[in-house]
Design a protein around this ligand. Structure first.
Ligand SMILES: [Zn+2]
Length: 300
């Protein structure tokens, strides 16, 4: 299979993912802004910016993403089926009962009979908690900086009105759009690829291949991963693992990875969090790689 056909498949995936990304981003933007407002209001009331029940922020972030995440996974499932002309040979893990609510979205039975919904649900549950913690840390860092700046200007830590602090904090909280875009992109790409992987599994495709598009190949990690093949239902990288890339690794027009000669370029390392297996892309924020099925026996 030549590069151009794989490239076309990967780009089609990106385009579909973008639809869900936009929808998730809008909802996340609102949630993150409300959480920032809550932090500002707490400062006005002489409290620390972050509420003690931070898990609530995580739940809000989960709620903002889960429905589109499930839809993106289903879109990934359908697209994978179309692109590779897959036929269902076996379905695993039928846990339909607990997911009645998803049926309202209009997903098909074959999709419901896979672990996709559980996996997508777990992904957003875990990442939403991490995102809430990151959001809280961003606000705290900015708050502490603002607090310090005011103290430095005045030369004293006393006599600082809470409403002045609150309005200064509000002015500094400017990352909402970029942060919501980052989370939405990562989540939609993950879901889409999860759907694709589950479609391969249900068609008993034995192996999957990591595929980076041209615009991803400047990233040494994605260039390193490009073309790698592992069995379906296994990880490219286990939780807590890492990938080492080289700034001089290239991919040629046929899609072959060209590694630099020893001593050339600069090696860099990407650590994978211990709560996340890399069974498919994304590998890092802004990663737009995908997975393709390795089909050796077309007759089945
Ligand atoms: Zn990538």
């Amino acid at each position: 299979m030549g590069r151009s056909r794989n490239e076309a498949q990967a780009i089609a995936r990106q385009k579909v993912a973008q639809r869900y990304q936009k929808s998730i981003q809008k909802k996340l933007f609102r949630v993150l802004r409300n959480q920032q407002q809550e932090a500002v209001n707490r400062i006005k009331s002489n409290m620390l910016p972050i509420p003690p029940d931070l898990y609530r922020w995580g739940l809000d972030l989960y709620d903002a993403q889960i429905e589109d995440g499930q839809k993106a996974a289903y879109a990934g499932w359908q697209l994978a089926e179309e692109q590779a002309g897959l036929k269902t040979k076996g379905l695993i893990n039928p846990e339909l009962d607990s997911y009645d609510f998803i049926i309202g979205i209009g997903l098909e039975e074959n999709f419901l009979l896979t672990p996709t919904i559980t996996n997508v649900d777990n992904y957003f549950a875990v990442t939403s908690g991490k995102e809430a913690a990151t959001h809280a840390k961003k606000i705290t860092t900015i708050f502490e900086r603002v607090q310090k700046e005011i103290v430095d200007e005045a030369g004293t830590a006393r006599g600082l009105s809470s409403s002045k602090l609150a309005s200064m904090l509000q002015k500094e909280l400017t990352y909402t759009k970029s942060y919501s875009t980052l989370i939405a992109r990562t989540g939609s790409i993950w879901s889409l690829n999860e759907g694709a992987e589950q479609r391969y599994i249900s068609a008993q495709v034995e192996s999957k291949q990591w595929w980076a598009t041209y615009d991803e190949l400047t990233c040494p990690y994605c260039a390193e991963m490009h073309g790698k093949i592992v069995a379906t239902q296994t990880n490219f990288i286990d939780p807590g693992g890492f990938v080492i890339g080289n700034t001089e690794t290239k991919v040629d027009d046929d899609g072959n990875v060209i590694f630099p000669e020893p001593g050339k370029g600069k090696e860099i390392k990407l650590d994978i969090p211990d709560y996340m297996a890399i069974s498919h892309p994304p590998l890092h924020p802004h990663c737009r790689c995908t997975i393709l099925p390795v089909i050796t026996d077309i007759e089945g």
